[in-house]
Write a protein of this length. Structure first.
Length: 132
């Protein structure tokens, strides 16, 4: 294996369509495409005012979300955090999270470590269903 891997995130498979979330969500997980050994990396585009229909938490993985453009709100357990361009948000393992795009939508990079095998995430449909 090479000491580096280069990919264009737009050339990585968009997983949102197979879960019925397109066109409101674009989700490109680049962990395999980048041959990540110790971490994970993803790209997300969220349509204006679209809220992910599920919350999730990781049992072992810490994540960092970086908002590239637009705006977003992130519900973290009982707190709601507003993100603006180039805000970085660290989320500890065990924290339930869900993202909602702002009026202009949101474009995010997501980084997680350590790389976990198998099912590290617990998903709860409709977790952020109330009108916060």
């Amino acid at each position: 294996m090479s000491n580096y891997t280069k990919v264009n995130l737009k050339n990585v498979e968009d997983h949102a369509p197979k879960f019925g979330l397109a066109p409101n969500l674009e989700f490109r997980s680049a962990r395999e495409a980048l041959d990540c050994e110790q971490s994970g990396f993803s790209y997300q585009r969220i349509a204006p005012n679209f809220r992910q229909p599920f919350g999730h938490r990781h049992n072992a993985q810490e994540e960092i979300y970086v908002l590239l453009s637009g705006g977003a709100r992130v519900k973290l357990d009982d707190d709601i955090v507003e993100l603006g361009p180039l805000d970085a948000l660290r989320i500890a393992a065990g924290v339930m999270r869900c993202v909602e795009g702002g009026p202009d939508g949101a474009e995010l990079l997501l980084y997680g470590a350590p790389k976990t095998e198998g099912q590290d995430a617990d998903v709860e449909q409709g977790w952020w269903a109330e009108a916060d």
